[in-house]
Design a protein around this ligand. Sequence first.
Ligand SMILES: [Zn+2]
Length: 273
Amino acid sequence: MQTRAFWLRRIIVCAILGGVTAWLVAWGIVAAEWKGVASSDLPNQQYGVAIVEPHLVNLYERRSPTTRVREWIVTQLDERIVPDAPTWRETLADEGPDAVLERVRAYNGQSTEPALDRFAQAFASNRVAGLIIDEQAYIIRERLHGWPFASVAEIRAETFRRLSGGTFGSAPVRFDDTKTVSIPWLTGHDPVWNLARRGNPTTIQFPYRPDWPGLAGNAAFYGLLWALPLIGFPIVRRRARMRRARCGSCNYDLCGTTSGVCPECGLEFMPIA
Ligand SMILES: [Zn+2]
């Protein structure tokens, strides 16, 4: 029966399959990176530098077609932690973040692109940053996976402390809101902390923090792909049947039927004069 309910059901099925496919593609990318099949070594690009009191914040971003990595490297702007903190303060106050960023990029041999001023606000509103704001130094790594859009996010943080010798020591990851799941028999090497290909494999951490705009875009993309066989094919078949004077729904021969209703399945049709 190809009634309105039939088409509505098909549209709902396509939407659900689109969402599931978008999710599976993102997790497939994660698994590929943990397995070393897909490279996670992306060229680094510094996108911003700013003072978000009491911290000096540097934002780096790297992109591949399937993965977007954003790193906020945050240090308390304190002479005991950043020896040239007063210089940073003066330069940023005098020249503004764009000029400083330009200089940092020139120093690193990177091309200059317009600075993303919004990153400072984005950082200030970052919930992870709010959780560990009193640490001396920390890195927040946000990885987004998905294709064609980044749709599933993973956020991890690592904190650092100035040790007595003057160097920075890494503290255990304190942030415990990473929102990942693992499947016991799926193992690989963690690409996030550059530990790849070192040590024993561990269970793959699949992130389940959705990036809603990207997930919606991917769900629509894969939903339309599912619609080709699930909606497109029945439409084509229905047209072909009706051209042969048969019921578009059940293929019953309607030659001689004048009631406008298929005697087999009850579908209404335009009677052929
Ligand atoms: Zn019929």
